[in-house]
Design a protein around this ligand. Structure first.
Ligand code: HEM
Length: 173
């Protein structure tokens, strides 16, 4: 039975962790700035990094489907195992749906996303201010949910490491 993750899984996990935490901080900072060329550049970087997360999450899901991850700690009750699974499924779901809401919001607001200034991502929606505002609120709300889940995810990892003293954190390192 596997006791650790493969190098690919570890790299994907930490690369996406850095990108997502960076996106959360950037998202909050950039929206507060007054309109300026710098603000618009940060919006572009946010969109490019967000699309990158959307691409990477499929690589991660492909890994997950083709590999059996190490089992959850035996020290967890059935109920805690269920909560851990549900949390992981929700994180995957948000890593897919948050970029989609960002992409659709940009389309509805009339700003096409051109990935790293090279690859135009098709606009699936026409310009529609009301829909754009709704998608903006949805993007924000889902990000709040993501922040809560991430806080729980990080707290759980630390609890395993320092309180239960099992190998949950070490095996993804
Ligand atoms: C996992 C990926 C992503 C994360 C974690 C994320 C996170 C965030 C956060 C925290 C905000 C600030 C929300 C607020 O306080 O109003 C934000 C705003 C924004 N995001 Fe994302 N985002 C992601 C992907 C994307 C993508 C793929 C796009 C577009 C292609 C995008 C476009 C935008 C735009 C345009 C705003 C500014 C909305 C406004 O002007 O209020 N995001 N994002």
């Amino acid at each position: 039975m596997n006791t650790t993750y493969t190098r690919t899984a570890k790299h994907l996990h930490w690369l996406m962790a850095i990108l997502i935490i960076g996106l959360l901080v950037l998202g909050i900072v950039m929206t507060e700035l007054p309109l300026s060329p710098e603000k618009l550049a940060l919006y572009s970087w946010h969109k490019w990094a967000g699309v990158t997360v959307f691409v990477l999450v499929w690589a991660r899901l492909a890994w997950r489907i083709t590999h059996r991850p190490p089992p959850l700690s035996e020290r967890l009750s059935n109920q805690m195992q269920w909560i851990a699974h549900a949390g992981h499924v929700a994180l995957y779901g948000l890593m897919i749906i948050i970029p989609i809401t960002g992409w659709l919001m940009s389309s509805a607001k009339g700003f096409q996303t051109v990935w790293f200034g090279i690859l135009p991502i098709p606009d699936l929606l026409g310009r529609d201010k009301e829909l754009g505002d709704l998608l903006q609120q949805t993007h924000k709300l889902l990000n709040l949910l993501l922040m809560l889940l991430l806080a729980g995810h990080i707290a759980a990892a630390l609890w395993h490491h320092f309180v239960l003293r099992d190998n949950t954190l070490r095996r993804i390192r």
